[in-house]
Design a binder for this molecule. Structure first.
Ligand SMILES: Nc1ncnc2c1ncn2[C@@H]1O[C@H](COP(=O)(O)OP(=O)(O)OP(=O)(O)O)[C@@H](O)[C@H]1O
Length: 333
Protein backbone atom coordinates (compact mmCIF):
# COMPACT_ATOMS: atom_id res chain seq x y z
CA UNK A 1 0.00 0.00 0.00
CA UNK A 2 2.96 2.28 0.77
CA UNK A 3 6.38 1.36 -0.51
CA UNK A 4 9.58 3.37 -0.19
CA UNK A 5 12.48 2.04 -2.27
CA UNK A 6 15.89 3.50 -1.37
CA UNK A 7 14.34 6.90 -0.79
CA UNK A 8 16.50 9.89 0.09
CA UNK A 9 15.39 13.43 0.66
CA UNK A 10 17.77 16.37 0.79
CA UNK A 11 15.97 19.66 1.37
CA UNK A 12 18.81 22.05 0.63
CA UNK A 13 21.97 21.57 -1.37
CA UNK A 14 24.77 20.46 0.95
CA UNK A 15 22.41 19.74 3.85
CA UNK A 16 22.35 16.40 5.63
CA UNK A 17 19.66 14.17 4.11
CA UNK A 18 16.37 14.27 6.03
CA UNK A 19 15.87 10.69 4.79
CA UNK A 20 18.78 8.58 3.62
CA UNK A 21 18.21 5.47 1.48
CA UNK A 22 15.05 4.42 3.31
CA UNK A 23 13.23 1.29 2.18
CA UNK A 24 9.95 0.41 3.88
CA UNK A 25 7.06 -1.71 2.64
CA UNK A 26 3.68 -1.24 4.33
CA UNK A 27 0.97 -3.68 3.33
CA UNK A 28 -2.73 -2.93 2.98
CA UNK A 29 -4.45 -2.91 6.36
CA UNK A 30 -1.29 -2.62 8.47
CA UNK A 31 -0.94 -0.34 11.51
CA UNK A 32 2.57 1.07 11.70
CA UNK A 33 4.19 3.39 14.23
CA UNK A 34 6.93 5.62 12.89
CA UNK A 35 9.16 6.57 15.80
CA UNK A 36 12.42 8.44 16.21
CA UNK A 37 13.91 11.50 17.82
CA UNK A 38 12.95 14.97 16.75
CA UNK A 39 14.47 15.63 13.31
CA UNK A 40 14.89 11.93 12.47
CA UNK A 41 12.70 12.25 9.38
CA UNK A 42 9.21 11.09 10.42
CA UNK A 43 7.29 14.07 9.05
CA UNK A 44 9.39 14.02 5.91
CA UNK A 45 8.37 10.40 5.40
CA UNK A 46 4.69 11.33 5.70
CA UNK A 47 5.03 14.39 3.46
CA UNK A 48 6.69 12.30 0.77
CA UNK A 49 3.87 9.74 0.92
CA UNK A 50 1.37 12.59 0.48
CA UNK A 51 3.41 13.96 -2.42
CA UNK A 52 3.82 17.24 -0.54
CA UNK A 53 7.54 16.75 -1.15
CA UNK A 54 9.41 14.90 -3.90
CA UNK A 55 12.25 12.50 -3.10
CA UNK A 56 15.77 13.42 -4.17
CA UNK A 57 16.43 9.75 -4.96
CA UNK A 58 14.46 6.53 -4.87
CA UNK A 59 10.94 5.44 -5.70
CA UNK A 60 7.72 5.79 -3.73
CA UNK A 61 4.52 3.85 -4.41
CA UNK A 62 1.29 4.78 -2.65
CA UNK A 63 -2.09 3.13 -3.19
CA UNK A 64 -0.95 1.56 -6.43
CA UNK A 65 0.60 4.74 -7.85
CA UNK A 66 4.25 5.33 -8.67
CA UNK A 67 4.64 8.87 -7.30
CA UNK A 68 7.63 9.61 -9.53
CA UNK A 69 5.38 9.15 -12.56
CA UNK A 70 2.32 10.85 -11.11
CA UNK A 71 1.48 13.98 -13.03
CA UNK A 72 0.41 17.07 -11.12
CA UNK A 73 -3.24 16.85 -12.05
CA UNK A 74 -3.44 13.38 -10.50
CA UNK A 75 -2.13 14.50 -7.11
CA UNK A 76 -5.61 15.50 -5.82
CA UNK A 77 -6.83 11.99 -6.62
CA UNK A 78 -3.87 10.54 -4.69
CA UNK A 79 -4.67 12.79 -1.73
CA UNK A 80 -8.30 11.64 -1.77
CA UNK A 81 -7.02 8.17 -1.00
CA UNK A 82 -5.14 9.45 2.05
CA UNK A 83 -6.66 10.88 5.23
CA UNK A 84 -4.29 13.08 7.24
CA UNK A 85 -4.41 13.88 10.95
CA UNK A 86 -2.10 16.38 12.66
CA UNK A 87 -0.98 17.13 16.19
CA UNK A 88 -2.63 20.56 16.12
CA UNK A 89 -5.99 19.31 14.72
CA UNK A 90 -6.15 22.02 12.01
CA UNK A 91 -9.91 22.50 12.22
CA UNK A 92 -11.66 25.46 10.66
CA UNK A 93 -12.33 27.64 13.70
CA UNK A 94 -15.45 29.36 12.37
CA UNK A 95 -17.18 26.21 11.25
CA UNK A 96 -19.17 23.84 13.42
CA UNK A 97 -18.20 20.21 14.00
CA UNK A 98 -20.69 19.17 11.31
CA UNK A 99 -19.43 21.78 8.84
CA UNK A 100 -15.79 20.88 9.42
CA UNK A 101 -16.48 17.28 8.45
CA UNK A 102 -18.93 18.13 5.66
CA UNK A 103 -16.39 20.50 4.15
CA UNK A 104 -14.06 17.58 3.37
CA UNK A 105 -16.80 16.07 1.22
CA UNK A 106 -17.90 19.36 -0.33
CA UNK A 107 -14.42 20.11 -1.69
CA UNK A 108 -14.37 16.81 -3.55
CA UNK A 109 -17.81 17.47 -5.00
CA UNK A 110 -19.89 14.88 -3.15
CA UNK A 111 -23.62 15.49 -3.59
CA UNK A 112 -25.53 17.14 -0.79
CA UNK A 113 -27.70 14.10 -0.01
CA UNK A 114 -24.56 11.94 0.41
CA UNK A 115 -23.05 14.52 2.76
CA UNK A 116 -26.26 14.62 4.79
CA UNK A 117 -26.19 10.91 5.49
CA UNK A 118 -22.42 10.35 5.69
CA UNK A 119 -21.45 13.11 8.12
CA UNK A 120 -23.78 12.03 10.97
CA UNK A 121 -22.61 8.44 10.52
CA UNK A 122 -18.97 9.29 10.88
CA UNK A 123 -19.63 11.69 13.79
CA UNK A 124 -21.41 8.88 15.58
CA UNK A 125 -18.51 6.56 14.87
CA UNK A 126 -16.03 8.93 16.51
CA UNK A 127 -18.35 9.53 19.47
CA UNK A 128 -19.40 13.10 18.70
CA UNK A 129 -23.10 12.76 17.99
CA UNK A 130 -24.92 15.50 19.86
CA UNK A 131 -22.01 17.93 19.40
CA UNK A 132 -22.56 18.68 15.71
CA UNK A 133 -23.27 22.37 16.25
CA UNK A 134 -20.30 23.18 18.46
CA UNK A 135 -17.35 25.20 17.22
CA UNK A 136 -13.84 23.80 17.77
CA UNK A 137 -13.14 26.17 20.69
CA UNK A 138 -16.16 24.68 22.51
CA UNK A 139 -14.58 21.21 22.49
CA UNK A 140 -11.89 19.50 24.54
CA UNK A 141 -8.59 18.64 22.83
CA UNK A 142 -9.61 15.00 22.53
CA UNK A 143 -12.93 15.98 20.98
CA UNK A 144 -11.19 18.30 18.52
CA UNK A 145 -8.93 15.45 17.48
CA UNK A 146 -12.00 13.24 17.02
CA UNK A 147 -13.42 15.86 14.65
CA UNK A 148 -10.12 15.92 12.77
CA UNK A 149 -10.17 12.13 12.50
CA UNK A 150 -13.80 12.18 11.36
CA UNK A 151 -12.85 14.70 8.69
CA UNK A 152 -9.88 12.59 7.57
CA UNK A 153 -11.94 9.41 7.48
CA UNK A 154 -15.31 10.62 6.17
CA UNK A 155 -14.28 9.84 2.61
CA UNK A 156 -13.23 6.31 3.69
CA UNK A 157 -9.67 6.60 2.35
CA UNK A 158 -7.67 3.37 2.17
CA UNK A 159 -4.78 5.09 4.00
CA UNK A 160 -4.71 7.25 7.12
CA UNK A 161 -1.51 9.11 8.02
CA UNK A 162 -1.24 10.69 11.46
CA UNK A 163 1.57 13.01 12.53
CA UNK A 164 1.77 13.05 16.35
CA UNK A 165 -2.03 12.88 16.74
CA UNK A 166 -1.74 12.54 20.52
CA UNK A 167 1.03 15.11 20.95
CA UNK A 168 -1.26 17.71 22.54
CA UNK A 169 -3.37 15.32 24.60
CA UNK A 170 -3.15 13.86 28.09
CA UNK A 171 -2.56 10.10 28.45
CA UNK A 172 -6.19 9.04 28.97
CA UNK A 173 -7.49 11.12 26.09
CA UNK A 174 -4.64 9.80 23.94
CA UNK A 175 -5.76 6.25 24.62
CA UNK A 176 -9.28 7.09 23.46
CA UNK A 177 -7.81 8.48 20.24
CA UNK A 178 -5.70 5.37 19.79
CA UNK A 179 -8.75 3.16 20.22
CA UNK A 180 -10.43 5.17 17.51
CA UNK A 181 -7.47 4.81 15.14
CA UNK A 182 -7.39 1.10 15.92
CA UNK A 183 -11.08 0.84 15.05
CA UNK A 184 -10.48 2.67 11.77
CA UNK A 185 -7.61 0.28 11.07
CA UNK A 186 -9.95 -2.66 11.66
CA UNK A 187 -12.15 -1.42 8.82
CA UNK A 188 -9.20 -2.25 6.54
CA UNK A 189 -7.63 1.21 6.45
CA UNK A 190 -3.83 1.25 6.50
CA UNK A 191 -2.69 3.50 9.36
CA UNK A 192 0.77 5.04 9.69
CA UNK A 193 1.32 7.13 12.79
CA UNK A 194 4.41 9.18 13.62
CA UNK A 195 4.79 9.53 17.36
CA UNK A 196 7.04 10.28 20.32
CA UNK A 197 4.60 8.66 22.72
CA UNK A 198 6.35 5.69 24.28
CA UNK A 199 3.37 4.66 26.43
CA UNK A 200 1.10 4.33 23.45
CA UNK A 201 3.60 2.44 21.32
CA UNK A 202 4.36 0.05 24.16
CA UNK A 203 0.68 -0.50 24.86
CA UNK A 204 -0.42 -1.17 21.29
CA UNK A 205 2.29 -3.63 20.24
CA UNK A 206 2.02 -2.85 16.56
CA UNK A 207 4.72 -2.74 13.92
CA UNK A 208 7.36 -0.13 14.79
CA UNK A 209 9.64 1.47 12.21
CA UNK A 210 12.33 3.58 13.87
CA UNK A 211 14.21 6.36 12.13
CA UNK A 212 17.44 7.93 13.28
CA UNK A 213 19.21 10.68 11.38
CA UNK A 214 17.17 9.83 8.30
CA UNK A 215 18.01 6.10 8.38
CA UNK A 216 15.72 3.20 9.22
CA UNK A 217 17.38 1.61 12.22
CA UNK A 218 14.63 -0.79 13.26
CA UNK A 219 11.53 -2.45 11.87
CA UNK A 220 9.82 -4.66 14.48
CA UNK A 221 6.61 -6.55 13.84
CA UNK A 222 5.17 -5.95 17.32
CA UNK A 223 7.60 -3.53 18.82
CA UNK A 224 8.02 -1.19 21.73
CA UNK A 225 9.13 2.40 21.61
CA UNK A 226 12.81 2.46 22.50
CA UNK A 227 15.81 0.40 23.30
CA UNK A 228 14.49 -1.43 26.32
CA UNK A 229 13.86 -4.81 24.72
CA UNK A 230 17.47 -5.02 23.72
CA UNK A 231 18.68 -3.89 27.15
CA UNK A 232 16.26 -5.74 29.41
CA UNK A 233 14.74 -8.52 27.31
CA UNK A 234 13.11 -10.29 30.27
CA UNK A 235 11.35 -7.39 31.91
CA UNK A 236 10.26 -5.55 28.78
CA UNK A 237 7.18 -7.70 28.36
CA UNK A 238 6.03 -7.31 31.96
CA UNK A 239 3.09 -4.93 32.29
CA UNK A 240 4.23 -3.63 35.70
CA UNK A 241 7.79 -3.05 34.57
CA UNK A 242 6.69 -1.79 31.21
CA UNK A 243 8.24 1.64 31.63
CA UNK A 244 9.98 3.61 34.30
CA UNK A 245 7.29 5.20 36.44
CA UNK A 246 4.55 3.25 34.68
CA UNK A 247 2.95 2.53 38.04
CA UNK A 248 2.39 6.21 38.69
CA UNK A 249 0.97 6.80 35.27
CA UNK A 250 -1.27 3.77 35.53
CA UNK A 251 -3.19 5.54 38.28
CA UNK A 252 -4.40 8.07 35.70
CA UNK A 253 -5.25 5.72 32.92
CA UNK A 254 -8.54 3.95 32.73
CA UNK A 255 -8.40 1.72 29.72
CA UNK A 256 -11.85 1.59 28.13
CA UNK A 257 -12.94 -1.50 26.25
CA UNK A 258 -12.22 -1.37 22.57
CA UNK A 259 -15.24 0.07 20.81
CA UNK A 260 -16.91 1.30 23.97
CA UNK A 261 -17.31 4.95 23.07
CA UNK A 262 -19.34 5.74 26.15
CA UNK A 263 -16.59 4.39 28.40
CA UNK A 264 -13.99 6.34 26.44
CA UNK A 265 -15.97 9.55 26.82
CA UNK A 266 -16.36 8.89 30.57
CA UNK A 267 -12.64 8.20 30.89
CA UNK A 268 -11.86 11.50 29.18
CA UNK A 269 -14.27 13.35 31.47
CA UNK A 270 -12.76 11.62 34.52
CA UNK A 271 -9.27 12.59 33.38
CA UNK A 272 -10.36 16.21 33.09
CA UNK A 273 -11.88 16.14 36.59
CA UNK A 274 -8.98 14.30 38.22
CA UNK A 275 -6.60 16.10 40.57
CA UNK A 276 -3.09 16.68 39.21
CA UNK A 277 -0.96 13.52 39.10
CA UNK A 278 1.28 14.51 41.99
CA UNK A 279 -1.64 14.30 44.43
CA UNK A 280 -2.71 10.79 43.44
CA UNK A 281 -1.45 7.82 45.41
CA UNK A 282 -0.57 4.94 43.12
CA UNK A 283 -2.32 1.67 43.98
CA UNK A 284 -0.10 -0.73 45.90
CA UNK A 285 -0.16 -3.25 43.04
CA UNK A 286 1.40 -0.67 40.74
CA UNK A 287 4.33 0.51 42.81
CA UNK A 288 6.83 2.10 40.47
CA UNK A 289 9.93 -0.02 40.09
CA UNK A 290 13.26 1.73 40.18
CA UNK A 291 15.80 0.58 37.67
CA UNK A 292 18.13 2.51 35.47
CA UNK A 293 17.13 2.51 31.86
CA UNK A 294 18.27 5.15 29.42
CA UNK A 295 15.38 7.25 28.17
CA UNK A 296 14.84 6.30 24.53
CA UNK A 297 14.57 9.90 23.46
CA UNK A 298 12.87 13.00 24.65
CA UNK A 299 9.55 14.23 23.33
CA UNK A 300 11.01 17.53 22.28
CA UNK A 301 8.28 18.82 20.02
CA UNK A 302 6.62 21.75 21.80
CA UNK A 303 2.88 22.01 22.16
CA UNK A 304 1.63 23.88 19.13
CA UNK A 305 0.21 27.29 20.14
CA UNK A 306 -2.29 27.21 17.27
CA UNK A 307 -4.02 24.31 19.00
CA UNK A 308 -4.76 26.39 22.05
CA UNK A 309 -8.27 27.11 23.19
CA UNK A 310 -9.85 28.88 26.16
CA UNK A 311 -8.46 27.44 29.42
CA UNK A 312 -10.42 24.78 31.27
CA UNK A 313 -9.86 22.33 34.12
CA UNK A 314 -8.89 19.76 31.51
CA UNK A 315 -6.20 22.12 30.23
CA UNK A 316 -4.77 22.40 33.73
CA UNK A 317 -4.56 18.64 34.02
CA UNK A 318 -2.92 18.36 30.60
CA UNK A 319 -0.39 21.07 31.46
CA UNK A 320 0.39 19.34 34.74
CA UNK A 321 0.89 15.98 33.01
CA UNK A 322 3.14 17.57 30.40
CA UNK A 323 5.17 19.37 33.09
CA UNK A 324 5.60 16.13 35.02
CA UNK A 325 6.59 14.30 31.86
CA UNK A 326 9.18 16.97 31.08
CA UNK A 327 10.63 16.68 34.59
CA UNK A 328 10.65 12.90 34.37
CA UNK A 329 12.29 12.97 30.94
CA UNK A 330 14.97 15.33 32.21
CA UNK A 331 15.60 13.07 35.22
CA UNK A 332 15.88 9.92 33.13
CA UNK A 333 17.88 11.46 30.31
N1 LIG B 1 11.08 22.19 4.66
C1 LIG B 1 12.29 21.88 5.12
N2 LIG B 1 13.39 22.54 4.66
C2 LIG B 1 14.61 22.22 5.09
N3 LIG B 1 14.87 21.25 6.01
C3 LIG B 1 13.82 20.58 6.51
C4 LIG B 1 12.47 20.86 6.10
N4 LIG B 1 11.65 20.02 6.76
C5 LIG B 1 12.42 19.25 7.57
N5 LIG B 1 13.73 19.59 7.41
C6 LIG B 1 14.87 18.96 8.08
O1 LIG B 1 14.81 17.58 7.81
C7 LIG B 1 15.14 16.82 8.97
C8 LIG B 1 13.98 15.89 9.31
O2 LIG B 1 12.87 16.67 9.71
P1 LIG B 1 11.44 16.05 10.01
O3 LIG B 1 10.50 17.17 10.25
O4 LIG B 1 11.11 15.08 8.95
O5 LIG B 1 11.74 15.25 11.37
P2 LIG B 1 10.74 14.63 12.45
O6 LIG B 1 11.28 13.30 12.81
O7 LIG B 1 9.35 14.67 11.91
O8 LIG B 1 10.88 15.64 13.65
P3 LIG B 1 9.80 16.07 14.75
O9 LIG B 1 9.55 14.84 15.57
O10 LIG B 1 10.48 17.16 15.50
O11 LIG B 1 8.60 16.53 13.98
C9 LIG B 1 15.46 17.82 10.06
O12 LIG B 1 16.87 17.99 10.10
C10 LIG B 1 14.78 19.09 9.59
O13 LIG B 1 15.46 20.22 10.05
Amino acid sequence: MIRFENVSKVYARGARPALDTVSVDIARGEFVFLVGASGSGKSTFLRLALREERPTRGRIYVAGRDLSRLSGWKVPSLRRSIGMVFQDFRLLPNKSVYENVAFALEVIGRPRHVIKTTVPEVLEMVGLDGKEKRRPHELSGGEQQRVAIARAFVNRPPILLADEPTGNLDPTTSLGIMRLLERINRTGTTVVMATHDDEIVNEMRKRVVELSGGHTIRDDVAGVYGERERILPDVAASPVLDAPGAGERQAHRTLPDVGDLEAEAKAEAAAAAEPPPSTVTPPSSAVPVAYAVPAPYAATRPVDPSAQRPPSDADDVVRQVLRERAVRTGREG
